[in-house]
Each structure stands twice: as C-alpha cells, then as structure tokens.
Ligand binder design. Structure first.
Ligand code: ATP
Ligand code: MG
Length: 281
C-alpha cells in the first residue's frame, strides 16, 4: 500500500531522514516508533507528498507517487502540527475539507456526522475550533483526516495531549478502522501505544530504520532474555533465562521463594539495545 525506497531528506546540514526504506502492507497498522527528532514526521510528510524527498521514491499501492491528485484522494493525514481553521466551527472545518476531497450533499453531511461522532465532538460541532481545548483540537484533526474515507491513513502522534479516556477511545477507533479495511501508518514515541495497536513496528532513530517486525518479533530478536525475579530467604534474585519455570524450580530447591515474577523485555528495552539510549531521555 505504501513503499518508501531509500528516501532521504535534509534541512540544510541536518540529515532528517537518511536512506529509509519500508513497505506497509494493505490492511495493517504500521507503527513508526522513535524519539523526538528521529525523522518520523519528515517521513510522513514525504509519504503523503507534502515534502519532496531529496532522493529515493515514494509509491502508493501500484499507483505511483502521492503527488498525483487522484492518488492523493486515497490518502488521509492527521499532521502533528494541527491543520485546522480556528475561525471555523468543528462542523465547518470538516465540511470544508470534505468538499476539497470532492464530497457534497447528503454524502458530505453523513460523513461529517459520522466522523464527529467517532471522535466524540458531536455536541461541540457548532463551536469555533478556537474555543476547543488542546485535546479536542487533536480529535478534530483526526476527524479531518477521516472525512473522505481514505484507504491509507497516516496519523502523526494523534493522541498527544489527549486525556486517557479519549485516548483509549481513539485507539479503539483506529483498530475499528483497520477492521473496516483501512491501512494505517501510526507514528508515536509511546511504546505502549505501538505495542497495543501495531501489527508491525519500525524503530526509527536519526533518520534510519533500525529494525522492523511485529512487537513480539522485535522483543525476541533485540529484547534480551526474560528475567526471573524472585524474593527469597536470601534476598532478591534476578536470573536471566529462556526457561523461567525451570529456573524457579532450581531456585526453590535451595531457597524459600516468597514471591516471584517473570520480567519480559519491552519495546523500551529493544530501543535501548538497538541504540544504547533510552526512548525517553
Ligand atoms: N522544517 C524544518 N526545518 C529544519 N529542520 C527541521 C524541520 N523539520 C524537522 N527538522 C529537523 O529534522 C529532524 C527530524 O524531525 P522530525 O520532525 O521529522 O522528527 P520526529 O521524529 O517527528 O520528532 P517528534 O517526535 O519530536 O515529532 C529534527 O532534527 C528536526 O529538528
Ligand atoms: Mg514528529
């Protein structure tokens, strides 16, 4: 559905995206996980044709580059920097964008109603966007990406500043969009979101894609072994092992074990092992 081949982008001397290649399959949620400045937004902007790559190519499906008008219509983007008209109401923002994508009449009204309901803003639809809270603006920004039912949806940190309840609702709605057949690219620096949502995750740092796999696969390949953590009569024991049950059996033969758990690596650990740095510094 989306192929980036060796794309590069520099801002002056700063290399923001450094020869990045990836393929997003139809119907999957593909996560781009990386810290601030990793190049996620720059990658998204190139993927949707808002920013020309310095080198490399972007292809949408088998249709060609996203700069073609008819290819663009298949794309929806919720940019990290909000793209809303403050002086228009929520309703007017969505109607305006829908019209730009060629919707009109009853179809436009139905789509606006549907996406407002989806992001929980129906009761605020007649208010100007300037009177929305930060989280409401973020939700309207997401609705704007959805109004024309794009096949490929790129969401750049769509939950930043959104309260936990609305965040959960948004994540559920993104899963529902996948179930309805949409393909989704999702950037985040929240590893919990990537783990909950994404079929596959690409780890990005300094404009490079360091690894791509399912969350399970990334943890298996780059997370290190599970650790048995046990409270014993001789204090806490931490045993790195591929077989925690066996390690526990052996430990309990020589010690009284009062409590234990098995700590599995997270995406945080994967990032640390791949880069030598923490995802959140
Ligand atoms: N318009 C711009 N002009 C100059 N430098 C830029 C511009 N946009 C991005 N950069 C730089 O390019 C690098 C990558 O930025 P980008 O916004 O793509 O990262 P990101 O992964 O989206 O980060 P964040 O998680 O903070 O959103 C950063 O070093 C950033 O400072
Ligand atoms: Mg960004």
């Amino acid at each position: 559905m989306l192929t980036l081949s060796n794309v590069r982008k520099s801002y002056g001397d700063l290399v923001a995206v450094d020869g990045l290649s990836l393929t997003v399959a139809e119907g999957e949620i593909f996560g781009l996980l990386g810290p601030n400045g990793a190049g996620k937004s720059t990658t998204v902007h190139m993927a949707v044709g808002l920013l020309p790559p310095d080198a490399g190519t972007v292809t949408i499906g088998d249709l060609g580059p996203p700069t073609h008008a008819d290819v663009r219509r298949m794309l929806g983007v919720a940019p990290q920097a909000l793209a809303l008209y403050d002086e228009l109401t929520g309703d007017e923002n969505l109607r305006f964008l829908g019209q730009m994508y060629g919707l009109s009449g009853a179809r436009l009204s139905a789509r606006v109603d549907a996406v407002l309901a989806l992001v929980g803003l129906t009761d605020r639809r007649r208010d100007r966007a300037s009177t929305y809270s930060g989280g409401m603006k973020r939700r309207l920004n997401l609705a704007a990406a959805l109004v024309h039912e794009p096949r490929l949806l790129l969401l750049d940190e769509p939950t930043v500043g959104v309260d936990p309840q609305s965040r959960n609702a948004i994540l559920d709605q993104i899963l529902a969009l996948r179930a309805a057949g949409h393909t989704i690219v999702y950037t985040t620096h929240y590893m919990e979101e990537a783990a909950r949502l994404c079929d596959r995750v690409g780890i990005v740092d300094h404009g490079k894609l360091l690894a791509v796999d399912t969350v399970e696969g990334l943890i298996r390949a780059h997370g290190g072994r599970p650790v048995l953590v046990a409270q014993t009569d001789a204090g806490e024991r931490r045993i790195e092992t591929d077989d925690p049950v066996r390690a526990l059996t052996e430990l309990s033969a020589s010690h009284r074990v009062d409590d234990f758990h098995v700590a599995r690596a997270s995406l945080e650990q994967v990032f640390l092992n791949l880069t030598g740095r923490r995802l959140r510094d």
